[in-house]
Design a binder for this molecule. Structure first.
Ligand code: AMP
Ligand code: ZN
Ligand code: FE
Ligand code: FE
Length: 297
């Protein structure tokens, strides 16, 4: 994206920048082009598409952004794991999401890792369905119908099938009951170790931002010491302003960002109708955006 995309002559109101959204390439409910059009309709000046573990939507989203005239940042939300057991292939541990902005889609190391994680996601979704099928009338075909053409399959697709079958009323209810960590139906999937993920993103020219680092209602969050290690490994930003952070977490993360010279970002984590998150509900300040761009490889 060129500088001209981020200036609006004659406009004095701050630019509206949202750097974390999902499409049907992962677990959002709108196509990449639809997400970009929705961003335009939400009066955003810049939007990033950051599907889980897939770069598949970026070309379509970028072309649509050029067509309608909105700034676009290609991105990804990479799954990672803080290990709690020594075996590198043991999928258990604390789930960490790292948004990488401007990754090189041709980077073979990143592509290979993403393919491995997507395979693990598919196998894990099938195991979750097998466990659910012990107690509920659900089959893999029900979930496959909902995952549709998604490149990265996730629990939200299982949730959608549970809604279709009348087993739960909403995605939210599915996560609150059957799909959250700690239930008998929860299965983790392989993901790279956190510091390896940061290094892989940097090697692919991407600017890594730790996504919702304080979202403690979803499950365990990593201690501050891990954020410090990530900063040493090349982390650039911390997503402070996110729906899943209360005021206390925002204050804590702001202090950490200031101390470690990390860029403070804010984003919606939009999933279409799949979650309540609305585009632009949290924004990244223009000077923060410039700092992210300056950190590009
Ligand atoms: P997975 O990546 O398969 O482990 O599933 C996690 C995804 O589910 C994340 O992208 C979340 O955005 C989404 N998710 C988590 N909690 C909820 C919820 N309560 N309602 C809808 N989606 C959720
Ligand atoms: Zn998601
Ligand atoms: Fe996430
Ligand atoms: Fe996300």
């Amino acid at each position: 994206m060129q500088a001209r995309d981020v200036r609006r002559p004659g406009h004095t109101e701050p630019m509206r920048i949202d750097l974390h959204t999902h499409s049907t390439v992962s677990d959002g409910t709108e196509s990449p082009a639809e997400v970009v059009r929705a961003a335009h309709a939400a009066a955003l000046d810049v939007v990033a598409l950051t599907d889980h573990d897939s770069l598949d939507g970026l070309a379509q989203a970028s072309a649509e952004a050029d067509r309608i005239g909105i700034g676009f940042v290609p991105g990804i939300e990479m799954s990672a794991r803080q290990r709690v057991f020594p075996d590198p292939d043991d999928p258990r541990g604390i789930s960490v999401h790292i948004v990488g902005l401007w990754p090189d889609p041709a980077d073979s190391g990143l592509q290979a890792m993403l393919a491995r994680v997507r395979d693990a996601r598919l196998e894990r979704a099938q195991r979750i369905v097998a466990l659910l099928a012990e107690d509920f009338a659900i089959t893999w075909e029900d979930v496959a119908a909902r995952a549709g053409g998604a490149d990265a399959v996730g629990r939200p697709h299982v949730a959608d099938a549970l809604v279709d079958l009348g087993i739960v009323a909403t995605r939210d209810e599915a996560f609150a009951s059957l799909l959250r960590g700690g239930t008998k139906y929860f299965v983790p999937h392989f993901a790279p170790e956190v510091l390896d993920a940061v290094a892989m993103l940097r090697a692919a020219g991407a600017v890594p931002v730790f996504a919702h680092p304080g979202a403690d209602a979803r499950g365990h969050i990593v201690p501050t010491s891990v954020i410090e290690s990530m900063a040493e490994a090349g982390l650039v930003g911390l997503e402070v302003d996110h729906r899943d952070h209360d005021e206390r977490q925002r204050a804590r993360l702001t202090r950490i960002a200031d101390r470690l010279s990390l860029v403070r970002t804010g984003s919606s984590d939009y999933h279409g109708t799949g979650k309540l998150n609305r585009l632009g509900e949290n924004l990244t300040a223009p000077d923060a955006f410039e700092a992210l761009r300056a950190a590009r490889g």
